[in-house]
Design a binder for this molecule. Structure first.
Ligand SMILES: NC(=O)C1=CN([C@@H]2O[C@H](COP(=O)(O)OP(=O)(O)OC[C@H]3O[C@@H](n4cnc5c(N)ncnc54)[C@H](OP(=O)(O)O)[C@@H]3O)[C@@H](O)[C@H]2O)C=CC1
Ligand SMILES: N[C@@H](C[C@H]1CC(C(=O)O)=NO1)C(=O)O
Length: 327
């Protein structure tokens, strides 16, 4: 069968992850990478894949089955998503939780007009964790659901830090409260505020002449991303940053703690331990790109979330082969 032709819009951590994830899926072909930077300045993992200017992307609509959007959620995807949904079937990793419905609406209109599918908020949270939170509250309607992340590097929060004026380099680590986890794990079903579950720790290299207090304040008061949390900001030099903050591990778990009929205690849990947050997220994006291609090919249109995707479509296996894997 013909390979699914995918392309990457935006080449950062996620873009590199998609490039390597496509290479692990023989039914897919990476036809190109689109960047806002000068293509000559963008070095890919695979030198045989062309880099094109983002400005020319419309010209490639007949060469690409699914465009995988790897821009940042804070400012890139809200602009690139609706624009690209006019020309391509798309998948993005949009993770500004407070604005997901707004993004869904902003994608749905152009996608329906162009007869395309625009799948948003794919990854692990949102994405795989979203599915597992839904399974938990649906299967165990009497109970509580908890999500814990880290300790690890949040790419969405790191991207948001990097967008603050005066920040040259930045990362954000999410640290879960071990006490909160212990209370959940022994079935207390505690009421936990956002602040009681995680703290956020940033490491920043300042642009020359930038003001520490102004940058710290812009980060810790940032709505949605940092304001609801206790956040610390550490200012370090570039050498320390390169030596100590280049890896991007992360992970976490969703747990549903509930009761059934005879008051039996039931617990459902889904956990991830990620050596590379971006490479795992990219692997989820690529699997869902396969599903988007199938949905679009069967005439489906408009904005979708992972809740709208039949799980079997993710697989390169035929329905008959999947049935054989049922048990
Ligand atoms: N749903 C989920 O579970 C997850 C979602 N995410 C989302 O993925 C988003 C992207 O994360 P990530 O890839 O780490 O973000 P990056 O900061 O690495 O990249 C974002 C954009 O910045 C530009 N860029 C990258 N490197 C450079 C550079 N050296 N100089 C100038 N511009 C650069 C690229 O655009 P261009 O090539 O056009 O310049 C790129 O698309 C996050 O904002 C987060 O919201 C991430 C992980 C999990
Ligand atoms: N979207 C997150 C993925 C997880 C990690 C996270 C956090 O640490 O706050 N929230 O969701 C990311 O960008 O890494």
């Amino acid at each position: 069968a013909d390979q699914i032709r995918v392309a990457i819009a935006g080449y950062g951590n996620l873009g590199r992850g998609v490039e390597s994830a496509v290479a692990q899926n023989p039914d897919m072909q990476l036809v190109g990478v689109f960047s806002r930077r000068d293509p000559a300045s963008v070095t890919l993992l695979d030198s045989n894949v062309p880099v094109y200017p983002m400005a020319d992307i419309e010209q490639y609509q007949n060469e690409v089955d699914v465009m995988i959007l790897c821009g940042g959620s804070k400012t890139d995807l809200p602009e690139q998503g609706p624009y690209l949904a006019q020309f391509f079937n798309t998948v993005d990793s949009f993770d500004t939780h407070a604005k997901v419905n707004e993004h869904h609406a902003a994608l749905d209109e152009p996608a329906r007009k162009s007869g395309k599918v625009a799948l948003l908020s794919v990854g692990w949270d949102p994405g795989m964790f979203s599915l597992n939170r839904m399974f938990g509250e649906t299967i165990l309607p009497e109970g509580e659901t908890y999500t814990f992340w880290g300790k690890g590097l949040s790419q969405g929060h790191s991207d948001a830090v990097r967008r603050v004026s005066g920040v040259k380099k930045g990362v954000q680590y999410t640290l879960p409260s071990e006490e909160a986890i212990a209370r959940v794990r022994n079935g207390e079903q505690p009421e936990l505020s956002t602040r009681e579950k995680h703290v956020r720790e940033c490491f920043v290299v300042l642009e020359d002449g930038a003001d520490e207090e102004a940058v710290r304040n812009a980060i810790v008061t940032m709505p949605d991303y940092f304001e609801p949390f206790d956040t610390t900001v550490n200012f370090i030099d570039e050498a320390t940053f390169a030596a100590e903050h280049s890896a991007m591990p992360h992970g976490g778990f969703v747990i549903r703690s509930g009761e059934t009929g005879t008051q039996s205690k039931q617990t459902m849990e889904y956990s991830l331990a990620l050596g590379s947050n971006p490479e795992f997220t990219a692997s989820v994006l690529v699997a869902y790109a396969r599903a988007v291609h199938k949905m679009a090919s069967s005439g489906d249109v408009g904005a979708k979330t992972v809740f709208d995707v039949p799980p079997g479509l993710l697989s390169p296996k035929s329905p008959a082969q999947l049935r054989k894997d049922l048990l």
